[in-house]
Design a protein around this ligand. Structure first.
Ligand SMILES: *[C@@H]1O[C@H](CO)[C@@H](O)[C@H](O)[C@H]1NC(C)=O
Ligand SMILES: *[C@@H]1O[C@H](CO)[C@@H](O)[C@H](O)[C@H]1NC(C)=O
Ligand SMILES: *[C@@H]1O[C@H](CO)[C@@H](O)[C@H](O)[C@H]1NC(C)=O
Ligand SMILES: *[C@@H]1O[C@H](CO)[C@@H](O)[C@H](O)[C@H]1NC(C)=O
Ligand SMILES: *[C@@H]1O[C@H](CO)[C@@H](O)[C@H](O)[C@H]1NC(C)=O
Ligand SMILES: *[C@@H]1O[C@H](CO)[C@@H](O)[C@H](O)[C@H]1NC(C)=O
Ligand SMILES: *[C@@H]1O[C@H](CO)[C@@H](O)[C@H](O)[C@H]1NC(C)=O
Length: 492
């Protein structure tokens, strides 16, 4: 922390702290994170759970049912949403399958004291690009799962719901305003029935809101500042002035649900965040800018014009995932608020990183200095290495996009070597490659060393944590306080 060293700063900080505390209370309730596990080298789940606790993160959203993850969450206060994949939806429309699924993946973990509170039935199943593939299976699966939960006597505490992409909501082209929000016509009937079912069952409606995607994958017409919260751009909607995409999109959902009779439905934001690499719009400074504004809003329980109260959100996401699909863009592997090794990315955000992370040896694999090569061979080898290793930093605007062809091959060789657990035969490439113990990273482009592969059967990982659960790490509330204080200090 660069702030608060001098006495007067410290006093200011304390004063502001007192004011902020009295305004907002000391707890950030409702902050959740998505915990995806598509990584070549996973951090031990116990270590991640410790990290969640150190940061006072109270809710996690999972995309599937990973037993090592769920076991690590046992006996904690962390609320857990487990996920059913879209490809499983069809099979969940069958009663026997739904009952079995609930028994094996919910009831058995509830018995082990995992605090499961909801089931995500599918993940954005009505996304436009799926072209209706899951339109007929989602609602029946949702109903089957809730029925199975009820029959297992856990339905009062565990609610099935469906995380939707924000693209199920829109405003008509002739009235592009949040107040005119409606459901996308192709999915309107199904979403309406799902909303009715959720309401009857007191479950929340979940929608993912991604200002980054509107900016980075849109048609280019999206004004950058509208993705953030500076108020430089605004849209007038009656008496309301919308200054950012998040408020406008959320209120579009509020308006659309109101039109179908659900004005009081709880709308949870299932995903929101900003990636740090793999696109020209994804870097640390933009992501910091986003979180610097967004996190204090959440802690201050500041909602939107149409929903001024607290909004429950799940940040997207906890950790970078180096094996996540890059179908939608190379940035997909860089959404973490922590990097692949559980280390915090943002200076201002005093998130507490994973402790005692075990890295592989301090060695890298690069292109031999004297290797004779031609351009074609460079490219072919790079492509080959990047098939199994993560080269998403090569994307236009990415942190390693500035390397020349030889530099890119070195990067790819190293990434391949690290993924292969630094085995000697993974650093050969027909004699092109060699191991070095001097870090070949450049200022912008980091050649990573992977963490040690985690083997769930090795108990040594877990034993590290049994020693102490006491932590004096700053809480998330304090972190947000520091954010606010820093902002105010600049004004003073
Ligand atoms: C449901 O699945 C079970 C086995 O998984 C199968 O025996 C049964 O026939 C299926 N029921 C229907 C209605 O398809
Ligand atoms: C969904 O059901 C409708 C009506 O039965 C049918 O016309 C449509 O082809 C089905 N869609 C899919 C993807 O199965
Ligand atoms: C929903 O909540 C209301 C009010 O709290 C309660 O009366 C009702 O039984 C609940 N319904 C279900 C299905 O949980
Ligand atoms: C929403 O809540 C308000 C205030 O409690 C109530 O007056 C209104 O009838 C509710 N609307 C619906 C559709 O339930
Ligand atoms: C981050 O990305 C923005 C938008 O492309 C760019 O203007 C800015 O210079 C980048 N910042 C850094 C530190 O690379
Ligand atoms: C790295 O080691 C882990 C654990 O021993 C193993 O599961 C994994 O397959 C190894 N990766 C490769 C590419 O050899
Ligand atoms: C940290 O926050 C301050 C005040 O909000 C801001 O001026 C600064 O740019 C931020 N630094 C980073 C690295 O985001």
């Amino acid at each position: 922390m660069a702030v608060g060293k001098g006495t007067s700063n410290m006093v200011n900080l304390l004063l502001i702290g007192v004011i902020v505390l009295s305004l907002f209370g000391s707890n950030v309730k409702g902050l959740g994170v998505n915990w995806g596990t598509k990584s070549t080298h996973k951090l031990p789940p116990d270590m991640v759970v410790q990290m969640l606790q150190d940061n006072e993160i109270k809710k996690v959203k999972l995309f599937d049912v990973d037993k090592t993850v769920l076991n690590a969450l046992a006996d904690t206060d962390i609320e857990v949403m487990v996920g059913i994949k879209n490809v499983e939806l069809e099979s969940m429309t069958n009663k026997t399958n739904a009952v079995d699924w609930v028994y094996n993946n919910v009831v058995s973990y509830v018995d082990k004291k995992v605090k499961i509170t909801s089931i995500a039935v599918g993940n954005e199943p009505f996304l436009k690009e799926y072209e209706g593939r899951f339109i007929n299976s989602t609602r029946p699966a949702l109903e089957r799962i809730q029925k199975a939960l009820n029959d297992a006597k856990v339905g009062d505490k565990i609610k099935a719901t469906v995380p939707f992409n924000g693209d199920i909501f829109m405003s008509p082209p002739w009235k592009p305003l949040p107040s005119a929000g409606i459901l996308r016509p192709e999915v309107e009937d199904e979403v309406e029935e799902i909303a009715d079912f959720l309401a009857k069952n007191n479950a929340s409606f979940i929608v993912n809101i991604h200002p980054f995607l509107s900016l980075a994958v849109g048609d280019g017409g999206f004004p950058m500042e509208y993705a953030f919260f500076n108020g430089d751009i605004s849209i007038q909607d009656g008496d309301i002035e919308y200054t950012n995409f998040f408020d406008a999109k959320y209120d579009t959902c509020v308006s659309a649900l109101k039109k179908i009779g659900h004005e009081n439905m709880t709308i949870v934001v299932g995903e929101i965040g900003w990636p740090t690499d793999g696109s020209k719009w994804a870097n640390n400074s933009l992501a910091s800018k986003f979180y610097d504004d967004f996190l204090p809003r959440i802690s201050a329980k500041k909602g939107t014009p149409l929903h001024p109260d607290n909004i429950e959100v799940y940040l997207f996401e906890l950790l970078d995932e180096d094996a996540r699909s890059t179908l939608h863009g190379d940035f997909e592997r860089h959404w973490g608020i922590f990097n692949y090794a559980g280390q915090p990315k943002f200076k201002n955000a005093t998130f507490v990183g994973a402790k005692d992370v075990k890295y592989q040896s301090k060695k890298w694999c690069i292109l031999k200095d004297d290797a004779s090569y031609d351009k074609l061979k460079l490219t072919q080898n790079t492509l080959y290495a990047c098939e199994s290793a993560d080269c998403s930093a090569f994307a236009e605007g990415g942190s390693c996009s500035g390397l020349d062809d030889a530099g890119k091959l070195s990067y790819a060789l190293n990434a391949f070597f690290q993924v292969a657990n630094q085995s000697d035969d993974s650093c050969d490439f027909g004699g092109l490659a060699t191991q070095v113990d001097k870090d070949p990273s450049t200022d912008l482009c980091k050649f990573n060393i992977q963490i040690k592969p985690y083997d769930p059967s090795e108990s040594s990982w877990t034993s590290w944590f049994s020693s102490s659960h006491i932590t004096n790490a700053p809480s998330f509330a304090l972190l947000v306080l520091v954010f606010l204080a820093m902002g105010s200090l600049i004004l003073v």
